[in-house]
Design a protein around this ligand. Sequence first.
Ligand code: ATP
Length: 510
Amino acid sequence: MSDDNLKNPSTPHEFSAYGAKPATLNPNFENGDFAPFDSAANPPVDLEACWEKVSARMRIDLGDAAWRSWIKPLRVGSLHNNMLTIEADSSLARDRVNSQYADRLRVISAAEFTGVKRVEVRLAVRPQSIAERAPRITDNDKGSAFAANSTKYDRAQSDSATGATPEKFDPLAGLDPRYTFANFVVGKPNELAFAVARRTAESEKVAFNPLFLYGGVGLGKTHLMHAIAWHIREQAPSRKVMYLSAEKFMYRFVRALRFRDTMSFKEQFRSVDVLMIDDVQFISGKDSTQEEFFHTFNALVEDGRQVIISADKSPTDLEGMEERLRSRLGWGMVADIHPADYELRLGILQAKAERAQIQIPDKVLEFLAHKIVSNVRELEGALNRIMAHAMLVGREITIESAADLLADLLRASSRQISVDAIQKRVAAHYGIRVSEMFSARRARNIARPRQVAMYLTKNLTSLSYPEIGRQFGGRDHTTVMHAVKTIETLTLSDSRLGEDVDLLRSLLSN
Ligand SMILES: Nc1ncnc2c1ncn2[C@@H]1O[C@H](COP(=O)(O)OP(=O)(O)OP(=O)(O)O)[C@@H](O)[C@H]1O
């Protein structure tokens, strides 16, 4: 869709995947076997015209940059049984739109597809794009599990990498323009990561090498990585910065092997001033990619170039990563991003609502900050839904209407159990102080409840053994493993303990 089309919605829309076809026909019907849209339930709908309106509203809503990156390349596919299919040109783009903009697309589509009683939105990859796809990488390719995190940069690289000729490589294409330091809200849980990221971006000389940022899903690692790249690009344009996901690093490496082009691969990566690799855990268990990464890493660090890495775990907890690489990754500055606390969640909501210039009452923002505790991405998703609704109905949103709109998210969120809640509940049950969960005391009346709490944490949360150890006063992961095994065994023979554990589990789960 060209920008002109937006200004003039009557201009026929270039529909490259299918050729120019009448807008009210379903392009999914091949060989001229066209059927009117949704003939059973609704009158024919001018899909192109409706989609243009949706797209135009998304443009106003998201701002030009995000719209250009993510919405503009989408095509309207079909509308069948109230299911509107929107097509992206790659699975990376589809997943990204799905995770970031689907709610807003749904609400706006429901309003703009007039004449249709109800619209559900589904995102798909344009069939032509699937056919064009390069053969998949066999080295344990994680595929779409990672696609949601990929940027347009990845998509551009991936799409251009499908041809047989060496692709033109833009090392910074597709950095998300919203991911800047200015747009990053700082609070206790992320202040260290923010400070070192800023320092690294501002330093003319290599600051910490490597800088290793880690934290759970959706807590802002990619945001900080992009912010560093933006800052360097603006302040020191002569420095050569390369940013890419570890998935893409592997992709490019495998491709270089396939085209026997490893020399130029090495040259490309070793000639940069700053190398940024996002989600490095992706290469866990991928031995040859790790080997190549190890050599690239060493070459750069030895040559005094800056390396910046992000991952979902600390270097020592990266399972499936070679020991020598894990230890190198931990050599420089390691900074973690903790889950956002209430104040930070509220701050992020306020900043985002303010930027979107949409009035949401404080009470509603506070309600969201209390209820959506999983991660910032989900928090953003919830706010987007509320803002889209506020924009559409033009009425002030209340806590009740927010709760209705977010019923599914709130249910999922309330099922999440925190270590803190487990420790408090177990301590209360056994009549000990919560602080004993972290203490070094080994007396049986303290040690056993602590083991029960570790066992429940392993069972009711997704935390790893090392992470649990840290939450229990910095204990070693082997201590946690021992505790879990002990309780598992004891509950088989000690019915009293078995009952205690069952009771606690059900109290915590409901
Ligand atoms: N402190 C913050 N201030 C503003 N926005 C934030 C903050 N933290 C996270 N976000 C936003 O939350 C969303 C998710 O962040 P991001 O993609 O950087 O997470 P991530 O840690 O890289 O996740 P993943 O592990 O899935 O790769 C982004 O839209 C980002 O802008």
